[in-house]
Design a protein around this ligand. Sequence first.
Ligand code: V47
Length: 398
Amino acid sequence: MSARPDSASTERSLVESVRPAGLADIAEKVVAGTRLAPEDGVRLYANRDLHAVGRLANFARERLHGDRTYFNVNQHINYTNYCNKFCKFCSFDRLPGQEGAYLLTPEQVAGKIEAQLHTPVTEVHMVAGVWPKIPYQYYLDILRAVKRTRPAIHIKGFTMVELDQIWKKAREQAGLETMAEVLADLRSAGLDSCPGGGAEVFSERIQAQSYSNKISGERWLEIAREVHRAGMRSNCTMLHGHVETPEERIDHLVRLRELQDETGGFQTYVPLSFHPLNNEWSHLNGPTAVDELREIAVGRLMLDNIPHIKAYWVLMDVPVAQVALSFGADDVDGTVVEEHIYHDAGATTPQEVARAELVDWILDSGRIPVERDTLYNVVWSADPVAAPVGAPAPLVTG
Ligand code: V47
């Protein structure tokens, strides 16, 4: 972290500016780069002065990235909505034969990639439901179909939940034993990194209430560790704004931070705002814009070892995502093209945004747009001197 020229006075005025909100001691820690304790995190959630919390997070964001704000030209593919997990918060899942249920063939996946060959897509983000009848070979086939159609594309695919299912099928049908063997096989078929979904909230209480058929938080972390040991990066998420308590959120963030200390494999943390339409939790309201901004800020402050915080525009809406760029976020995701999980749950954002529009949104928020690839190598920057600050450090493998 490089000190800014006027850093001493900036730091002093930051501490003084949050003193009336009772956060001067936390500000001292932020300025000194001292890790925040779980109790600090709970206080940040409870503090009524959102702007004070945001100022601290913005300080941490600017120390890491200055005004740089990352985006990419990407394409989301949800290859199936078949799912047997029946999570209470999900509006996307279907059983085969139900109205709207689909499973894309490898040729259809390739067709979606082909349809974007005229745009400068660098990443495909592939996540889906979990369906035990899908054979192991299918996962290899969709990876190969993508790479055959667009060889240079980076495949960010399969959450830890999907990987657990893929591993079960690989054991049953391909004679592979360990997750490490399965990951090596998937990599050789084209997998490059993994998205952060499926983590929900690690609390056993929340799991019992809402996702009891899905892997536990413990298992999610174990698989993420395996992914990093296999030499791949991943993202991490937390689904917030439903029945979780501030203490459960902090426990989740601390467990992500501990794994990151061990492996260094998480690139980006993405808080996922609960969307309540068309699911079993429709009686809940979901987070307000204030909750979303606070979640971004607390994430930035607690996850001192994860380089990037994403304000995913699809679920936050563009105006809130723009403001989030001053509350700790330094990334907005990408052009997306086609999205089902949040639109089935009531998102009213467009399905797709043009690259030029993303650039305008970021400029409009007073930040410098930087197009990145999945690993945060700079593809293009509005700042001619932008060095690839966010490029990944070596992974701790083995
Ligand atoms: O695993 C499902 C969540 C996740 C709802 O890594 C919901 O860059 C809110 O993984 N309301 C999938 N959340 C999305 C995902 C993702 C998205 C964007 C960026 C990245 C990344 C990853 O969506 C699921 C689940 O946790 N989810 N239903 C809902 N109603």
